[in-house]
Design a protein around this ligand. Sequence first.
Ligand SMILES: [Zn+2]
Length: 435
Amino acid sequence: MRIATALVLSMIACACLAGQAAVENVRMWPAPDRTRIVFDVNGPLEHTLFVLNNPARVVVDLRDTRLESAVDRPTENDKLLERIRHAARNHRDLRVVFDLRKPVRPRSFLLKPNKQYGYRLVVDLYDREDGGDSLKEGIKRAAPEDPRRLRDLIIAIDAGHGGEDPGTIGRKGTREKDVVFSIAKALEAELGREPGMRPVLVRRGDYYIGLRKRMKIARDNRADLFVSVHADSFKDPRVRGSSVYVLSRNGASSEAARWLAEQENAADLVGGVSLDDKDDLLASVLLDLSQTATLSASTDVGTSVLKQLGTLGKTHKRRVQRAGFMVLKSPDIPSILVETAFLSNPTEEKRLRNRKHQHRLAKAMVAGMRSYFKHNAPPGTRLAARSHVIVRGDTLGRIAGLYGVSLGELRRANAIVGSDIRVGQVLTIPGVSGG
Ligand SMILES: [Zn+2]
């Protein structure tokens, strides 16, 4: 009798194993506002998720599933996730427990296979106390102490792809998400040295951000310009050179541009579903109303940036291209997408990995922005200021601080030897105004 039972049990066990789903790999991507955990699974599966408090935990039960891989420890810099535990349950289910550093809002969903990955179960743990503040890094620092203080131009730098989504991959294995992040950091450093401009990084680490979310971060930071940094690929390895794109409302300027836009837009399918895209129809109506002015500004700043990139070598196309990039669909912020070079070209792949070249690209982009904003700076920004009328209580030091120029520069520009100024006098503000 006992033998028979054992036999039946083992037969059930075998039958289950044969049809069981398997977790083949577990990846973690900590972002500023959430941690994403991705389970690579060998097929569709059912799961349930629930939250426990004291201490804070999230429990995920995967039905009829076994774990076939080791699970790494969360990284030190993970603000939310402390530890992952797992155990078999009911002989055939898998229970995964996330021990948390603080309470979270969890979200989970199953992703279908795409070009890069198979089925994936994604668990997003959102910081419940955050409310999106971690993504608005610029705003607090930008708060003016003096009501007359002029503001810096804010440039949102968007390094394409990230986390789950490597972007295009070069022949030597270079991943687009890595090189464009390095270039974005170089751009941040170069812009940090530029009077009157302040950079804000949209993606600040190796994690994925939905395409619409990228624009939202730029908007939350009150960006004056949105620059998305990418690296191109093409089947012919000889094709090379930088390109600059702006959004097209009526189709792409070429077949290749349309193909590229499709590749870039597919990022959301790799990086995770974007539930934010439900409002697409509404968004497209709003876009039509307000985008005409933004589009012409985008084209102008894009032309200026492309011209400067042309000083580093022959550009891929001589004019700014147009295509339906989702990441550029910002109705109120001029936006450009820079394909810095072709990762599919062996020479350019090598250059893209080179730190010096990354800074050369960044410098060229900054030069393009500088020459555009010299004549198009929004009112209220330092770059738009050219003169200052002295009022009672002004001192040279205070005026210098107001415009972010040095006292010496201010003196030189106005041929002032001491500190003698009078009410009503008009001072020329040097440097940033382009003189
Ligand atoms: Zn890309």
